[in-house]
Design a protein around this ligand. Structure first.
Ligand SMILES: C[S@@+](CC[C@H](N)C(=O)[O-])C[C@H]1O[C@@H](n2cnc3c(N)ncnc32)[C@H](O)[C@@H]1O
Length: 285
């Protein structure tokens, strides 16, 4: 199994600037590639991940960096519970190479396994989700999260067959172009990925110090749209721009980035990645 290669890490580090002595929240620990890079540059890191499989890597990093690293084995919507303001909050969304590559996790349509797809390894699996959804709800998931055409027809077929395995689901999808989007759509729904992102972003402004930064790496247009629209709202000055005194926007835009040719060659999983970053306005302490 290939270890996860961090995506757009150079661009994220550039967006964060000097992190020596700063406190960074890594909302998506994964294989710890981002966390390690922040620690190596002198930051203190609080890392979140909802997947119990990452705990061993997190413990190893804790043993290496001591009190500068803290791991919270929970979904990142819980960042609201952090006690004090932090200097940066970073999201590298989606799933890791390890999650895709371990067939039994049920994320991949390239290996036959139970149709699970739970990052957290508890709660309802993809099969349970299909069982408890109506055809209309399933169709909405396929349409909204996978942009699947003929979503109603496919939703009916899936509901009738109630597939228990990845291959059983894959075999119901007649248009090969729909296979990846259907798997993505179910994964997003099972893990409430859009709800997680929206709840976490909603508390970011209050958690950052003045001069603090939020950086997000997204992997599909749906999550990128949420990040783009949220950042646009934060970087727009309130009030009427035609009035003589225009209030300052709460945030400024710092950077957007896409992977370059070299990164794409080295890591095909970077293909749909998009990084956006903002900085909170105001006097830093
Ligand atoms: C793309 S990987 C992150 C890779 C990491 N940046 C690295 O360099 O190794 C995404 C990770 O985020 C975790 N994740 C996704 N959504 C999450 C959520 N809502 N709360 C906590 N962890 C989440 C996944 O379990 C996965 O391990």
């Amino acid at each position: 199994m290939q270890k996860h290669i961090p995506v757009l890490l150079g661009a994220v580090l550039e967006a964060l600037g000097d992190v020596q002595g700063k406190t960074i929240v890594d909302c998506t620990f994964g294989a710890g590639g981002y966390s390690r890079a922040f620690l190596d540059r002198g930051a203190n890191v609080i890392a979140f991940d909802r997947d119990p499989n990452v705990v061993a890597d997190a413990d190893a990093l804790g043993a290496e960096y001591g009190e500068r690293f803290r791991f919270v084995p929970r979904a990142f919507s819980n960042i609201a519970e952090l006690e004090s303001p932090v200097d940066a909050i970073v999201f590298d969304l989606g799933i890791s190479s390890m999650q895709i590559d371990i067939a039994e996790r049920g994320f991949s349509f390239r290996a036959d396994a139970p149709l699970d797809m739970r990052m957290e390894q508890n709660g309802i699996s993809a099969t349970d989700f299909i069982e408890k959804s109506t055809v209309a709800e399933l169709a909405n998931v396929l349409r909204d999260y996978g942009d699947v055409k003929k979503a109603n027809v496919l939703a009916r077929a899936i509901k009738e067959a109630c597939p228990q395995t990845t291959f059983a689901l894959r075999d119901l999808i007649h248009n090969p172009k729909d296979i990846a989007p259907v798997f993505q759509a179910l994964r997003i729904a099972v893990n409430d990925e859009m709800g997680e992102l929206e709840r976490a972003l909603a508390v970011v402004p209050d958690l950052l110090v003045a001069g603090g930064k939020c950086v997000c790496v997204t992997f599909h247009s749906l999550e990128d749209r949420v990040v783009k629209n949220t950042f646009r709202a934060w970087t727009t000055a309130p009030g009427d721009p035609r009035m003589p005194v225009v209030a300052c926007a709460p945030f400024g835009l710092i950077k957007t980035a896409l992977p370059g040719a070299a990164e794409l060659q080295n890591n095909p999983r970077a293909r749909s990645a998009h990084m956006r970053g903002v900085i909170k306005n105001g006097e830093s302490a």
